[in-house]
Design a binder for this molecule. Structure first.
Ligand SMILES: [Zn+2]
Length: 238
C-alpha cells in the first residue's frame, strides 16, 4: 500500500506537520485528521456505524499521531493525519494466527477470519470514501486501521464528486442546498447533505431521523444546530 508520504501528504514522522491537522467531530468521535479529508473521514465513520448498527467509542478511536509504524522506523500514515483507528480493543493489530483463533468476535470477512466488529461491507465502504482497510493486511491484520489511499488532488476530486448523485450532476436545487449547507454549517454538512440526497428513506423513518438529529447535535454549536435541524426538517417533509 502506498504510504501517505508517497501519495504527497508530506514526510510525516519524525518531522510531522501539525498545522494541517484539525479535529473532526463525527458522531461521538473526536478524530484529529488532515483538514482536507474531514468530509471523507466523516463519511467513512457514519457509513460504518450505519452498516453495523452501533457507534464507535470515543475512548477507543483516534487519528493523528506523530509516530513510526509499530516495530519499525517507517513513518506511519497516522503521522500525516491520513489514518484513523476505530474501536481498537475489539479490532486488534495482531498476527493472522491470533485473528484466526476461536473468539467471540471472530468472523469471516473479506474471505478471511478476523477478530473484528466492522460490518461485512467494510471494504466497500472504505473504498467509497477513498480509504484502504488494515484488516486486509495478510501477515498482521489491523482491522481497527483505515488509511487514505488518495493523493491530495484525488481527495479533493472525490469530495467534489460526492456532491453528484451516483454520477449524475445534482439539479440546481440540490446544488444550491448543498452549497448553502456547506457554507453555513461546516464540512460535515457536505457529508450530511450527500446522505439526504442519496438515502431519502433515512430521512422519513423515525429511527433514521433520530440517527441524523443525533449526528447534527454532536457536530456543531447551538446556532448551527438550529440551522441544520431546520434544513433537516424541511428536507424530511419533502
Ligand atoms: Zn492505525
Amino acid at each position: 500500500m502506498a504510504s501517505a508520504a508517497a501519495l504527497g501528504w508530506g514526510k510525516g514522522w519524525p518531522r510531522c506537520v501539525k498545522d494541517e491537522v484539525v479535529t473532526a467531530i463525527v458522531s461521538d468521535l473526536r478524530l484529529p485528521v488532515r483538514r482536507q479529508i474531514v468530509p471523507l473521514v466523516a463519511g467513512l465513520v457514519l457509513d460504518l456505524e450505519r452498516s453495523r448498527g452501533r457507534p464507535f467509542r470515543r475512548d477507543w478511536s483516534w487519528g493523528f499521531a506523530c509516530r513510526a509504524i509499530s516495530g519499525t522506523r517507517r513513518s506511519s500514515n497516522h503521522s500525516q493525519g491520513c489514518a484513523v483507528d476505530l474501536d481498537a480493543p475489539e479490532n486488534p493489530y495482531a498476527s493472522a494466527a491470533t485473528h484466526a483463533a476461536p473468539h467471540d468476535l471472530r468472523k469471516k470477512i473479506a474471505g478471511r477470519l478476523l477478530r473484528t466488529t466492522m460490518p461485512d461491507d467494510v471494504v466497500a465502504i472504505a473504498e467509497r470514501w477513498g480509504f484502504s482497510w488494515g484488516g486486509l493486511y495478510t501477515s498482521k491484520p489491523d482491522p481497527m486501521h483505515f488509511e487514505l489511499a488518495l493523493t491530495p488532488g484525488e481527495a479533493a476530486q472525490l469530495i467534489t464528486d460526492l456532491r453528484d448523485l451516483d454520477g449524475r450532476p445534482p439539479t440546481s436545487e440540490e446544488d444550491d442546498r448543498m452549497t448553502a449547507l456547506s457554507a453555513r454549517v461546516d464540512a460535515h454538512a457536505l457529508v450530511r447533505a450527500w446522505y439526504e440526497l442519496h438515502s431519502p428513506k433515512n430521512m422519513s423513518d423515525v429511527a433514521g431521523r433520530a440517527f441524523w438529529v443525533n449526528k447534527i447535535k454532536g457536530l456543531t454549536d447551538p446556532a448551527k444546530i438550529d440551522a441544520a435541524e431546520s434544513e433537516f426538517a424541511a428536507a424530511a417533509r419533502r
